[in-house]
Design a protein around this ligand. Sequence first.
Ligand SMILES: [Zn+2]
Length: 177
Amino acid sequence: MTGSMLGWLAETGIELPAGTTEQNCLRASKPPDKSVYSDLTRVELIVVHHSATVSGNVALFRVLHRVVFGWDDVGYHFVIGNGTYSRDGELEEGRPLEAVGAHARGHNDRSVGVCLVGDFNSSRPSTLQLETGKGLLGDLMRRFSLGKGRVIPHKEVEGCKTECPGKNLSVKMLLEG
Ligand SMILES: [Zn+2]
């Protein structure tokens, strides 16, 4: 990781808890003990997100979600990089697939969260991000026997008020054929 995590957090414009240090961030960037997780026992939905940040990777989102939001771990199960803090199109694992995530309020216990790095209200996903996304969604749909209708953007999750994943990313762009 180049640069400071505090610097990246500051760039998001989100207010940090008082007294947050680079050392806190470094510690929080590592996966937590597995005892914090709840078992994900059913998967009925795959929810697509953008990070709403111009840059990032799993370690940075882990810091944001743990240090700033106070969650147990990064909220997403998978993160697809945009060439800023991981390679363009790189697939990183976030929260283990066996664990309930934190990405779609009210539906976390029945869904998998996939996030593409970027703010897709102001930019577009890269070709490599879409390619990786197609492969990943195909694998997940096969693994959990889900049809295309079970892959939905965050904004279409019942009860969720958000623009995520932005106007320039649709689920259709991530489904093959
Ligand atoms: Zn989202």
